[in-house]
Write a protein that binds this ligand. Sequence first.
Ligand SMILES: [Zn+2]
Ligand SMILES: [Zn+2]
Length: 194
Amino acid sequence: MPLDTTTVQTLAELFAQGATNNDAVRALGIDKSTAARYRTRLGFGPAPKRPAPNRSTLTVEQKVMTFMRSVEGGHMEWAGRRTKNTGTPVFTHHERTYTARSIAFRAHTGRDPEGYVTAECDQPEWCVAPAHLEDEPGRTRARAALAVITGRATSLVECNRGHATAEHRRYLPDGAPYCGACHAEAKHARQAAA
Ligand SMILES: [Zn+2]
Ligand SMILES: [Zn+2]
């Protein structure tokens, strides 16, 4: 049905405010196909999708914090779900599954981690406190500093298989150095043999 000028004007205002076709049907008593036709004619794009009513309004960084429980020493325990095989803390946000430590790291630093994220405090098994987490570069820096303190820093420029120290040197939590490239090669060889 054709609409009178006043109705068209009201309709244009409603669309401009983000109203859906259903909103227009309810507000003006017009039928839905008319609302859709005028939406196109007035030059408005498709109506914005409404989030499902039970959809979390939290950001993914806010959601991860809802599963954290503060404990003594500034550490935090994970009160959410874990993966069956490895026990990695995970959670779901808007139908997607995330690793808790990766998102907690991002919440704390404002950037995505490089490589995997570990707790570098004295409770690495279970701690998920954002301030205690490090990604690959941060972990290597922290452990390299520990290697210096414990007298295990190396002056060699490459490992005994020729991998450059500057690029491949990694450290165990106690500061003991090892070659990351050799470690990765050995792991691949084990997986290929399995
Ligand atoms: Zn901790
Ligand atoms: Zn090596």
